[in-house]
Ligand binder design. Structure first.
Ligand SMILES: NC(=O)c1ccc[n+]([C@@H]2O[C@H](COP(=O)([O-])OP(=O)(O)OC[C@H]3O[C@@H](n4cnc5c(N)ncnc54)[C@H](O)[C@@H]3O)[C@@H](O)[C@H]2O)c1
Ligand SMILES: [Zn+2]
Length: 362
């Protein structure tokens, strides 16, 4: 088992990473001495791992209650988080804990609920079961919920006691969900480590990753994310973290969540690469390389159902972005592959340029 860590508000969060290590989870939770544990998960993950994780914790004499909700991005909502909180009442005491067991959506809802319940008293334990969550969503203290208008309109910071990464649990992911997570690895690799980008492109076409390949992808991506978080534990200023996300989040929302977060992000990175080129920053060769990387990995090349109304909605919804300032919504644009992107405010970019870069993904 490898152990990495990050710091948030003076507290260290350990990240044990291994393969087939789930038997250690109960012991690690018991070391924090919670009276009771609420396991928050979605129905898919409950069916796969719910009972076995519950038994592992209960075997240490800790009473557990499992709360689940339907899978999918629409569940990342205040109503769902409120229902989880209501179901915790009467069971979870101030000296209890919450385990988030699942992908990025479960971890956002679970971390948010843990933070609000009895005003930040409960300990939170993150057990990611998707690649997206293991090397990205679970790493850091951010927890967000969506509004009717946009992604991540509401949020809290609440660092887990630990992030427990068992790569074996990720082997039940299908090809689309593995690709979903790999796209965040590609984001980091494009800005921080072109050698790692070559490695990601050498993975098998069917994306059925071996134990060694999964561990290498997880460990390297976490290292690259931790580099970005050093000195920016609130994940606000480091431009790499936001690469492709300005348009990506709007594309994801306006696809009605038919696109996964990673798929929308790949379209966001492509469109923002074209934008950067139009603004005279990124070379045409680098734009071509970026497009070919996502083709190679099998990410969708086009926006679903493109139309002028969709383009207008995407641009108009930039007003909901949680990084927006009086200068509009910031874009994080690559000047060259292998180097961090730079911040360009929306008020420096003509609307027609954004419209025309959306044309490049339809
Ligand atoms: N807070 C952050 O810093 C951060 C970072 C990255 C992503 N995110 C958020 O995370 C979300 C995406 O996370 P995700 O892609 O993990 O989505 P997800 O939680 O919806 O999981 C994807 C699907 O995989 C299923 N699943 C989970 N584990 C499985 C397993 N082991 N085997 C088979 N199926 C499994 C889930 O039930 C779901 O259907 C987005 O909302 C995104 O905005 C947040
Ligand atoms: Zn992301």
């Amino acid at each position: 088992m490898q152990v990495k860590s990050f710091h948030f508000a003076g507290k260290e969060t350990k990240i044990p990473i291994g393969y087939d290590i789930m038997q250690d989870l109960g012991k690690m939770i018991a070391e924090h001495d919670p009276y009771r544990i609420v396991i928050v998960t979605d129905t898919n993950v409950k069916n796969l791992y719910g009972d076995s994780v519950k038994k592992k914790i209960e075997s240490h004499g800790i009473e557990c209650k499992l709360i689940d909700f339907h899978p999918g991005e629409f569940q990342k909502a205040r109503e769902v988080k409120d229902r989880v909180l209501d179901e915790m009442l009467g069971f979870a005491t101030a000296d209890s804990g919450v385990v988030g067991l699942g992908g990025g959506i479960v971890l956002d809802v679970a971390g948010y609920a843990a933070c609000e319940y009895f005003r930040e008293k409960l300990k939170f334990f993150a057990v990611p079961t998707t690649l997206m969550a293991a090397h990205d969503a679970a790493i850091g203290a951010k927890n967000a919920l969506n509004s009717r208008f946009a992604k991540h309109s509401y949020g809290v910071y609440y660092a887990p006691e630990f992030v427990f990464v068992d790569a074996k649990a990720l082997q039940s992911l299908n090809q689309r969900e593995t690709r979903n997570g790999l796209i965040e690895s590609i984001k980091h690799a494009m800005a921080q480590d072109l050698g790692f980008l070559d490695y990601l492109l050498s993975l098998p076409d069917d994306l059925k990753l071996s134990k060694e390949q999964l561990l290498k992808v997880i460990e390297r991506t976490i290292d690259l994310k931790l580099e970005c978080m050093a000195g920016d534990e609130y994940e606000m200023f480091n431009p790499v973290l936001h690469l492709g996300h300005t348009l990506g989040h709007q594309i994801e929302f306006h696809s009605n969540f038919q696109l996964t977060h990673g798929e929308a992000l790949s379209l966001g990175i492509r469109a923002e690469a074209s934008l950067s080129n139009k603004l005279g920053m990124l070379s045409q060769d680098d734009v071509k390389r970026i497009y070919s990387v996502f083709e190679r990995i099998g990410a969708p090349a086009k926006l679903p159902n493109p139309s002028s109304e969709l383009f207008s909605s995407i641009i108009d919804s930039l007003k909901y972005d949680n990084k927006r300032t009086r200068r509009g919504t910031p874009f994080f644009l690559l000047k060259k592959l292998g180097a961090p992107p730079v911040l360009v405010n929306e008020d420096e970019i003509p609307r027609e340029q954004i419209l025309s870069c959306l044309n490049s993904i339809c």
